[in-house]
Structures are given as structure tokens and as C-alpha cells.
Design a protein around this ligand. Structure first.
Ligand SMILES: [Zn+2]
Length: 338
């Protein structure tokens, strides 16, 4: 069978407009494309392709779906066959694996970790929006940064209260496994909450699932580090994750350019100001793995690091090495966008 990693890579790479265009003559109409439906006979086009939603829909016969669905339907293929077709189209090497019992257990563990992260995120969001502490500390911090309610929701921002073990207790009460809580780094070895008195930024993987969290300290008196991150886990490999890429990928492809900034809040500020093709390499210095992620969407990267010349230089050289395309830097240029 095809490795889950490859499946995800194919799903991430396949663009509906490119996949359909191989079979249907499409014309642009506003932000969508329109053509004659290949699944029923028609003279007036009612077959719509939405690049933004990565989805097709026929208003004549009702058929609709993802790029994979389109190929399954059009080419009468099974799901794995359609994946192999798309892998070929997008030059994605297929990693094959045997479905061993160990593998099934591993998949189930990964699923449990995602579910628990989602639960934690819902808790942080609820703490931010519905508690006095969350509102007065977390929400006011975000509004000082100029973040709108829409932006806060879009990025799933939250708040971890300054209570030693409230989250851990709440999770255990809801029948979540303490071992998994520790594994994800949400709970310390002493069964305390890892994130306390911090505004919370969930970090999404390429499938949109939450792989980790970053928390920014709110207290000005403690000596704790300003930002802390979830530890590396089976679902979170730091050098293969870019903050904001999940939200930015469509814009990056559309504009054929990616801005790289330093911090979580830089990504969010730019997004709110209409610049959505922006990601951050927070938590690590820029890695080859991260550059490869960007390269799936564009060859063109503009680095907007402010300050640290060494950081810019090392990041810059790696870009040239891997991307080979147009590249540039605008030292301190973030100020211009704000
Ligand atoms: Zn149709």
C-alpha cells in the first residue's frame, strides 16, 4: 500500500484546476473556472472548478469533489489508482509500505495524538474567549497586536491560564490518557500543565491537523523563556514544519512567491493585512526540510528577517542551494508592511 506520508503529499500537491484541465476545456469566470461537464451531456456549461477551495462541482448533475474524486470518477479508478495517477502527474515518488500490525498500532497512536491536540486547542480557545483571565490577559494582548476576532479564530489562537494543573485535570476527567498528555508535552512529568500564563498558537501540519503548540509568556515578572514549544513527537518534527504554511499554501501557489518571516505574530499580522503568502520558521533556524516544503508551492522566496545578520546569511545560502530560483531579502522590511 501507499505510505500515508505519500498519500498526504499527493493530496497536498494536486490542484483541481490543473487536474481537470487535462480533460475539460476551462474558462475563467471570476475567481472560478467553468466548462462543460464531462459527466453529463450539456451545451451550457454548469461545471465549476474552484481553485481556492480545490474542489469541482457540477450544477447540472450534482457531481463534485476533490482532485482525487475527479480522477476516480472520470477515469473509473479506485482511490489508490487515482493517487498513483496523480503521483505520476506531480512527479511524487511513491513510498510503498506493508500494512503490518505494528504499523496499524502506530497509525492509531498518531490519530490519538491529533485528537488530543484538538481537544487541547479547544480548551485554550475556550479559556481565551470565555474566562475573565483569558479575556483580560490573552484577548487584550491580541487586540494590542491589532488582531481581529476573525484573525484570532482563523489561526485558532488561545490562552493557557496561570493555574498549575487545570488543563491536565480537565483532560483526565474527559478520559484522556495521561501518558499521551506527557508524550505531547502538554503535561509535565510532575503532572502539571506545561503551558501556563501564555497565549497559545497551534501549529498545523500540512493536512491541517494540529501537530504542536507554541506559547508566549504573558507575565513580565517571571524569568521563563518568552516562547516555548511542544517537544518533538511522532507527529511533530520541528525541522519539517513551517508556521502558517497550511493557511498560506493557496496564496503562495497563486502568487508564486512566499514571504518568510521570523515570528508567529509576524505571520498573523501580515495575513490580516492581506498578505497571505507568508510563513515563519519559528522554533528553529531555517532547515532544508522546511525549504523543501516551500518548494512544493513556489521557487520564489523573499526573506523578511529583521535583525540577526547571521541568521539571514545562513538561511539565504541554504535557499540558494535548494531552490535555485529567484530569491531576495529585505532586511527589516517588515516595518513597511505593517
Ligand atoms: Zn454534470
Amino acid at each position: 500500500m501507499i505510505a500515508q506520508k505519500t498519500v498526504q503529499e499527493i493530496i497536498d500537491a494536486a490542484r483541481i484546476e490543473e487536474v481537470v484541465d487535462d480533460f475539460v476545456n476551462l474558462k475563467r469566470r471570476g475567481s472560478n473556472l467553468i466548462g462543460n461537464c464531462p459527466f453529463h451531456n450539456e451545451k451550457t456549461p454548469s461545471f465549476i472548478v474552484s481553485p481556492a477551495k480545490n474542489f469541482f462541482k457540477c450544477f447540472g448533475c450534482g457531481k463534485g469533489g476533490t482532485p482525487v474524486h475527479f480522477i476516480m470518477e472520470h477515469e473509473s479508478m479506485t482511490f489508490p489508482e487515482a493517487l498513483r495517477y496523480l503521483a505520476k502527474k506531480y512527479h511524487i515518488p511513491i513510498q510503498e509500505i506493508e500494512m503490518t500490525p505494528e504499523f496499524q498500532v502506530e497509525q492509531q497512536l498518531h490519530e490519538s495524538l491529533y485528537i488530543l491536540n484538538t481537544f487541547a486547542n479547544q480548551y485554550f480557545i475556550q479559556q481565551l474567549n470565555e474566562t475573565a483571565e483569558g479575556k483580560s490577559i490573552g484577548l487584550s494582548y491580541f487586540s494590542e497586536r491589532g488582531f481581529s476576532k476573525l484573525t484570532i479564530d482563523k489561526f485558532g489562537l488561545g490562552y493557557a491560564p496561570n493555574i498549575p494543573d487545570q488543563f491536565t485535570k480537565y483532560a483526565v476527567e474527559n478520559h484522556y490518557n495521561i501518558e499521551l498528555l506527557r508524550k505531547l508535552g502538554l503535561t509535565t512529568v510532575n503532572d502539571l500543565d506545561f503551558f501556563r500564563n501564555r497565549v497559545m498558537f497551534p501549529i498545523h501540519g500540512m493536512s491541517g491537523k494540529i501537530v504542536a503548540f507554541a506559547g508566549r509568556i504573558m507575565s513580565t515578572t517571571t524569568k521563563a523563556p518568552k516562547y516555548i514549544n511542544s517537544p518533538e513527537t511522532d507527529i511533530y518534527v520541528k525541522n519539517k514544519v513551517l508556521y502558517g504554511l497550511y493557511q498560506a499554501r493557496t496564496a503562495i501557489r497563486k502568487q508564486d512567491e512566499c514571504f518568510l518571516v521570523e515570528g508567529y505574530t509576524d505571520v498573523i499580522s501580515l495575513h490580516q493585512n492581506g498578505i497571505e503568502n507568508v510563513v515563519a520558521s519559528s522554533g528553529t533556524s531555517l532547515t532544508i526540510g522546511q525549504i523543501k516544503l516551500i518548494k512544493r508551492y513556489t521557487q520564489n522566496v523573499v526573506i523578511l528577517y529583521d535583525g540577526d545578520a547571521a541568521g539571514i546569511k545562513s538561511g539565504f545560502e541554504r535557499f540558494r542551494y535548494v531552490l535555485g530560483g529567484r530569491y531576495g531579502r529585505q532586511n527589516g522590511a517588515l516595518a513597511r508592511w505593517r
